[in-house]
Design a protein around this ligand. Structure first.
Ligand SMILES: NC(=O)c1ccc[n+]([C@@H]2O[C@H](COP(=O)([O-])OP(=O)(O)OC[C@H]3O[C@@H](n4cnc5c(N)ncnc54)[C@H](O)[C@@H]3O)[C@@H](O)[C@H]2O)c1
Length: 322
């Protein structure tokens, strides 16, 4: 198929582009490069620079040839979203509405969307499945929920078919080493640990060691980006073949604490990471893990690359070259 990948120069999007190309799709990447890297765009894909908030840029790229959109472009820092809700509403919600309206103008039907674990809010039980109550506690999570809701309306009213994929903690780098551009200004644990390992940071903060977990630090579910990428391409196949929408979790069902992650990376790199325990961050649950039974069932998908040491090693392969 002819697939337009919006945000395809970014961390997760660039891995999805590789997977689409490997599966024989014709790919065009549209990205404003605010946090992405041209270097990450596979040479088999065409690249068009532009912004989803600019109508002329969208008119330039939506030329009638595409059959599906993968949409990765968003602002994603939960903490910042609470301080600058307008920026997040515009970028995430208005930006997505702009894309959906261009899809309708161009008689396009298939849309794969990067949603998030943040739509669930504080977990009421673990592991989180798709029946878990939806109650975002940060504005970022709300923007993603608002888009999921919009997708149901566009589907009912205009026949859009969508896959809303709720990722837990995306981690790792391409197992074959094809993605080399590092995440810019990361806020997630693993890239922060890596930046500490290569000396971009002198020390790293651990937000609380008094949680009700075996070592007192927070436990999260880390999924390898290659596994995410595979699920995206299968989700596209599924919605095309079945003419049915999908909303599903992508996670491993296994969790690792902050201290376990740091211990494992120290063993891989053979040196100590400087850490400082500081206060908990408001809204951080002690533990967040999820099951992907729906993805297993509908997409015949399970994680292949998400062993924590494989994740860390694939990241170290990229960071150690910096
Ligand atoms: N990283 C995670 O753990 C995680 C977890 C859950 C959901 N997500 C979602 O996955 C998606 C991709 O995340 P990522 O980690 O790859 O982030 P990223 O910042 O690396 O990628 C986003 C890409 O979109 C581009 N972009 C941003 N705003 C744009 C705009 N207005 N117009 C055109 N391009 C624009 C950026 O340049 C970048 O290349 C996001 O929607 C994010 O909310 C990420």
């Amino acid at each position: 198929m002819n697939v337009l990948v919006i945000g395809g120069a970014g961390y997760i999007g660039s891995h999805a582009v590789l997977e689409l190309c490997e599966n024989g799709h014709d790919v065009t990447v549209f990205d404003n490069l605010s946090s992405g890297h041209l270097l990450n765009v596979d040479s088999r894909a065409e690249f068009i620079q532009g912004d989803i908030l600019k109508n002329d840029d969208l008119n330039n790229v939506f030329n009638g040839k595409f059959e599906a959109v993968f949409h990765f472009a968003a602002l994603k820092a939960a903490g910042e979203s609470m301080l600058e809700p307008g920026k997040y509403a515009t970028s995430n919600i208005t930006g997505t509405i702009n894309i959906l309206n261009k899809m309708l103008e161009n008689n396009m039907k298939y849309f794969i969307f990067s949603s998030t674990a943040a739509v669930y809010g504080m977990p009421e039980y673990l592991p989180v499945d798709e029946k878990h109550p939806i109650n975002p506690i940060n504005f970022y999570g709300y923007t993603k929920l608002a888009i999921e809701n919009l997708l149901h309306w566009y589907s009912n009213l205009k026949g859009i078919r969508f896959g809303a994929l709720r990722y837990f903690n995306a981690a790792g780098y391409d197992i074959q080493g094809r993605i080399k551009g590092l995440e810019k200004n990361p806020a997630n644990l693993l890239p922060v640990v890596m930046e500490s390992a290569i000396g971009i940071r002198d020390t790293m903060d651990i937000y609380g060691d008094d949680y009700n977990t075996p070592d007192g630090t927070g436990i999260r579910d880390y999924i390898h980006v290659n596994d995410l990428a595979i699920a995206h391409v299968r989700a596209l196949n599924y919605i095309v073949e079945n003419q049915e929408n999908l909303t599903l979790n992508l996670a491993t069902g296994k969790g690792y604490s902050v201290l376990e992650v740091i211990k494992n990376i120290q063993e891989i790199i053979g040196k100590k990471i400087n850490c400082k325990i500081i206060d908990r961050r408001p809204g951080d649950p002690a533990e967040l893990i999820a099951v992907s039974n729906l993805a297993n069932e509908k997409l015949n998908w399970e994680c292949k690359y998400s062993d924590i040491n494989a994740i860390l090693q694939s990241m170290w392969n990229v960071y150690s070259k910096e």
